[in-house]
Design a binder for this molecule. Sequence first.
Ligand code: G3H
Length: 248
Amino acid sequence: PRVIYITRHGESEDNSAGRIGGDTGLSPNGERYAKALARFIDRRRLEFTAEVDEQNHRLEMFMASGTSSGNNSEPESVSSHSSNQSIDYSSLRLKVKPDFEIWTSMLKRTMETVEHFDPQKYRIKNIRSLNEIYAGRCEGMTYEEIATQFPEEFEARQLDKFYYRYPGIGGESYADVVLRLQQVIVELERIRHSVLLVTHRAMARTLLSYFMDIPTTHMPDMELPLGYVYSCEPRPFGNFLRVWRYNT
Ligand code: G3H
């Protein structure tokens, strides 16, 4: 099946200074992650494409011969079905497309994280709705600075992180972010190919909680450190989650 990969951008200059929001580029650590991510996804893509090709080939062999793709000799009753050679079986090819898209936010740190992907192999889209939760007046501050300068805000957020909205123009809550991501999720559900989402912590929490059915009460506190790739693969029981960690 197609796979949805979710990761945060590589470490940014603001991350290493403990500042939230902003729009800084990658730190040297972040740059290393960007290179490793391209190598990792390249390998996954190749394996996936090879699997789809092999399966399509088997299906074609199977339908063309009217029997199994193995070397077993055909039982009489089965071989008689192979007489109708005029049917075009190509429509039976797997519906899964081996295409692969990469979606980033419109902030520098995610765009720089995908700079090592070959644009001939991957369609790359920059989507504003994948931008990090906007912290309004608290943009660019550390959590310690927020706690000292805006203690009531800091406490209100601790009490109800999902509905708490940052003060100032454009300030957002997790509830706002869920709404903002709806269109992205509709599109992800519609398309049939694999996608790597290179985004931010609040976005990764929201996307993973949607795909893995994690309640909104838990979602804003999910530990999602930098340097991890999560993948969701559809299965009969729901999405199957895998987690990879980048070893520095
Ligand atoms: O604001 C930036 C953070 O990545 C979001 O984390 O919601 O736990 O503060 P937080």
